[in-house]
Design a protein around this ligand. Structure first.
Ligand SMILES: Nc1nc2c(c(=O)[nH]1)N[C@H]1C(S)=C(S)[C@@H](COP(=O)(O)OP(=O)(O)OC[C@H]3O[C@@H](n4cnc5c(=O)[nH]c(N)nc54)[C@H](O)[C@@H]3O)O[C@H]1N2
Ligand SMILES: Nc1nc2c(c(=O)[nH]1)N[C@H]1C(S)=C(S)[C@@H](COP(=O)(O)OP(=O)(O)OC[C@H]3O[C@@H](n4cnc5c(=O)[nH]c(N)nc54)[C@H](O)[C@@H]3O)O[C@H]1N2
Ligand code: SF4
Ligand SMILES: [Mo]
Length: 761
């Protein structure tokens, strides 16, 4: 890529100047001033009109009600009874703290306000037409020079699925990286899928449960106040459910729990085997389910043999009696007992086995798709608008092998059998010339892992196209920047699965609360604009996104107008039963994966068993050493959706207040370190410290606290180099990271061996 200096010669500051915005505008801007107040002025809400929508801050579709006065969004709340934002029928609907942040984004004067293109190495303001034409020219030249198949589609949170059609079907690239498997929780999703429960191992049937285990999960923060914690609280209140949390940190969820197992990080696989051992020894497993509906139990029985709580206690640092108590409590409550896993046990080098061993416990106690257990959630099926319009899309990526599988350079990576790309390997693929360009849409790969490699890869890529609302390490380095409208300016539809109704599928939809602000466009229009410039206009006959959504909703005999007017904006669609596996062909559950070819191939190369087993930390990923004796991990804060909101000063201020450090000028992230690790290093709260690993280092402010255990140091990701923070304030947590990953799915392993030094080193 042709760029000058670190950000192509364009910093956030020069950008503001270039677009003619006075530096002080943010502080005095008319519509912004109200966000300085706790509550918007009452009169403006009283006169406001209501617009319904779906919250997209973490794209989980909690319904929202926006109050709009004179083209300005003045308040936003949840919608009662909404499947994601409430505890079910007749209960209050809310939005979580990060969902409420949408309000700040809509009228934020620091947003990207119009398209930009790179000219003579500098980004300059451009009209939409110029940007579309320039993009088409560059894409055509790129295809000729490098081949479309070396262009990486990194569309992430797009509010429309059409980016897949543009890059895969029309431009013809097989390369795609997204959230889910690639950077969120690969082992959870893929092991669940192979074992027969899909990604439902994340989300039990909360309301009907009597025993709930939050295993490496913190839903009282990550979904604060929304369906998950509401479901848990209802289970506790109505069913007297027991809540257990397994986490090395003392979290908000731990605070609500009956039992906390403060496990040593990366040892969850051992704990799960010991629980299985107890459950089999005590004959508390569901013999009928295991015999009739599962595959591979003998291999499982063998795997847990001798893995007693005493054995696991040595590894996990837990009390063997506690392990026994939780195993028995869980099995006795089953099938009304559920385990939730997601990121905490997955972003680990041995995360595959953690996911496999933990998920196996569900099969063992037979809670699969039974009330209060692991629900096989269904989602509603909207129509395919392309089918509705009779459009036959070509499949121009067909027959093109993704580079990870095509070239011998990657033969040492077993992940290629299961996945077509791995986040941490992209820099190597760029170096090899197998990936030469990227389309980045509401996606920020610079924070996900191997940050140094990615920062360099973005500089090196020939073509970077970004659809974004903020200046960050991608947009500042892009060749074309399309200014996306934010969620309150867009029409949306949502039809996810897990929800508070347990037996219903649902849909929710909403219309833009206000017009796209500044000179921005909704991503649907941006993608159609690119398509038209490329000569693919015939494939996108819809007048706008609402027309496209109306085609989707035709499956339910609804229009977006109907769905999003009245006193709510969601509908329940179908009812479906429990024990759906009774209608299936194969086994409902697999303990052993020896019949799943991609896994067998990857397992052979890694030397893994196909059945559950204990794989110690360091087998894949870092081992602690004398030089790097601390385990570093990054986590989320309740205010920020990943790396999306760190540009909003109100939120970084709140994050600082929470640490009692708001009087410092610093608004970066904090390193949470236990006093037992801080004292010998002479580190005190408020001091700048350096975190150093074998491959990288970063500087951030220390926060000494017992919230984390000795030996485990954590921070919040989404700060530092490449982030949305002005001047890259704080530390990009993945600067200490390299290519550590789960060898089966390629999920970045975010447990890094480090040491921490005080300010003077
Ligand atoms: N505020 C906020 N909320 C979010 C998001 C966000 O970015 N910000 N993102 C959303 C998304 S995409 C997701 S995937 C969900 C994730 O939701 P959760 O899975 O609930 O994610 P976390 O809150 O990160 O909780 C993970 C926990 O795992 C613990 N942990 C770390 N290592 C280990 C280990 O080795 N073993 C065990 N047992 N625990 C470990 C951490 O201490 C942490 O408390 O959150 C969603 N909600
Ligand atoms: N280090 C580290 N990285 C992680 C995780 C972790 O625990 N640690 N967790 C992972 C998980 S669970 C997930 S799901 C992924 C999610 O990762 P991503 O999907 O990459 O999410 P974000 O980091 O929020 O990046 C989105 C980018 O979108 C831009 N943006 C903000 N608002 C808008 C908008 O309205 N429109 C558009 N077009 N763009 C906007 C911002 O510039 C932001 O940088 O991250 C993963 N990355
Ligand atoms: S959990 Fe929060 S951020 Fe995510 S969709 Fe719901 S309200 Fe929005
Ligand atoms: Mo995620």
């Amino acid at each position: 890529m042709s760029s000058q200096g670190e950000y192509g010669g364009l910093t956030r500051r020069t950008m503001l100047k270039a677009s003619g915005v006075a530096a002080g505008a943010a502080a005095v801007g008319g519509c912004l001033s109200m966000f300085d107040q706790e509550d918007p002025p009452v009169a403006s809400i009283q006169d406001a009109e209501i617009a319904y929508g779906n919250c997209w801050m973490c794209c989980h579709d909690c319904s929202q009600k926006a109050y709009v006065n004179d083209g300005t969004v003045v308040d936003i709340t949840g919608v009662d009874g909404n499947p994601r934002g409430s505890a079910g029928p007749g209960t209050e609907g809310t939005l979580c703290p990060k969902g409420l942040n949408q309000l700040d984004k809509t009228h934020d004067p620091d947003r990207i306000k119009q398209p930009y293109i790179r000219e003579d190495g500098e980004l300059r303001e451009a009209s939409w037409e110029e940007a579309f034409e320039y993009t088409a020219e560059r894409l055509e030249a790129f295809d000729e020079e490098h081949g479309a198949e070396t262009f990486l589609d990194a569309g992430s949170w797009a509010e429309t699925p059409i980016f897949r059609h543009i890059w895969r079907d029309l431009y013809g690239t097989p390369e795609r990286i997204g959230r889910g498997v690639h950077v969120c929780a690969g082992p959870t999703f893929v092991a669940g899928g192979m074992m027969g429960v899909g990604s439902n191992n994340r989300m039990p049937d909360y309301q009907n449960s009597e025993y709930l285990i939050m295993w490496g999960r913190n839903p009282f923060s990550s979904f604060a106040g929304q369906f998950e914690p509401k479901g848990i609280l209802e289970a506790v209140e109505k069913n007297g459910a027991t809540l257990v949390t397994i986490d090395p940190q003392h979290t908000q969820t731990v605070q609500k729990s009956d039992t906390w197992l403060p496990i040593k990080p990366r040892t969850d696989g051992a704990l799960a085997l010991a629980m299985g051992q107890v459950i089999i020894e005590e004959e508390l497993y569901d013999e009928e389910f295991v015999e009739e509906w599962t595959y591979g139990f003998d291999a499982y029985r063998e795997a847990v043999d001798g893995k007693t709580p005493e054995w696991a206690a040595e590894i996990t640092g837990l009390d063997p009696d506690d392990i026994r108590e939780v195993a028995i409590g869980f099995a006795e409550a089953a099938p009304q007992a559920g385990i939730s896993i997601w990121t905490g046990t997955a972003q680990v080098g041995n995360g595959w086995k953690a996911a496999q061993n933990i998920t196996a416990l569900n099969g063992l106690v037979g809670n699969v798709d039974r009330p209060g257990g692991l629900r096989m959630w269904q989602s509603a099926s909207p129509a395919d608008p392309f089918e509705v319009q009779g459009i036959d899309l070509p499949n121009n990526a067909e027959g093109k092998e993704p580079a990870l599988r095509k070239y011998e350079e990657y033969e040492e990576y077993p992940v290629r059998h299961v996945e077509t790309i791995a986040h941490n390997l992209v820099p190597e693929m760029v170096e090899n010339g197998h990936i030469n360009g990227i389309y980045c849409h509401h996606d920020m790969p610079l924070k996900d892992g191997n940050a140094q490699g990615w920062l360099e890869a973005i500089e090196e890529m020939e073509l970077v196209i970004a659809v974004d609302a903020y200046w960050n390490g991608i947009t500042r380095n892009a060749d074309v920047v399309f200014a996306d409208a934010t969620q309150l300016e867009k029409d949306t539809i949502g039809y996810g699965s897990w929800n508070s109704y347990s037996q219903h599928t649902w849909i929710t939809g909403g219309k833009a609360a206000v017009e796209p602000q500044y000179d921005t466009k909704p991503d649907f229009d941006i993608l159609v604009g690119i398509a038209e410039a490329m000569g693919w206009g015939e494939y996108f006959p819809w007048e706008d996104h609402e027309a496209f959504i109306d085609d989707q909703l035709s499956a339910f005999d609804l229009s977006l107008e109907e769905l999003s007017s009245g006193d709510r904006n969601y509908e329940l669609i179908d009812e479906y039963p429990y024990e759906q596996w009774k209608d299936g062909d194969g086994p409902a559950f697999r303990f052993d994966l020896d019949q799943v070819p991609p896994f067998v191939a990857a397992a052979e190369e890694t030397g893994m068993d196909t059945a559950p087993e204990w794989v110690p930390p360091g087998t894949y990923g870092d081992e602690l050493s004398e030089e790097y004796p601390l385990e570093f991990y990054d986590t989320r804060a309740v205010y920020f959706s990943h790396g999306s909101d760190q540009a909003l000063d109100r939120l970084t201020e709140k994050y600082a207040e929470r640490h009692d450090l708001e009087d410092r000028e610093y608004r970066g992230n904090y390193l949470v370190i236990n006093p037992r690790d801080a004292e010998p290093r002479g580190i005190e709260t408020g001091e700048m410290v350096t975190v150093e690993s074998e491959t990288g280092a970063g500087e951030l402010m220390a926060y000494v606290s017992e919230r984390t255990q000795p030996g485990f140091v954590t921070t919040v990701y989404g700060y530092g180099e490449g982030s949305l923070r002005p001047d890259d304030e704080g530390m990009n947590s993945m600067k200490v990271h390299d290519t550590q990953m789960d060898p089966i799915t390629g999920q970045p392993d975010r447990h890094v061996a480090v040491d921490v030094h005080g300010g003077d080193g």
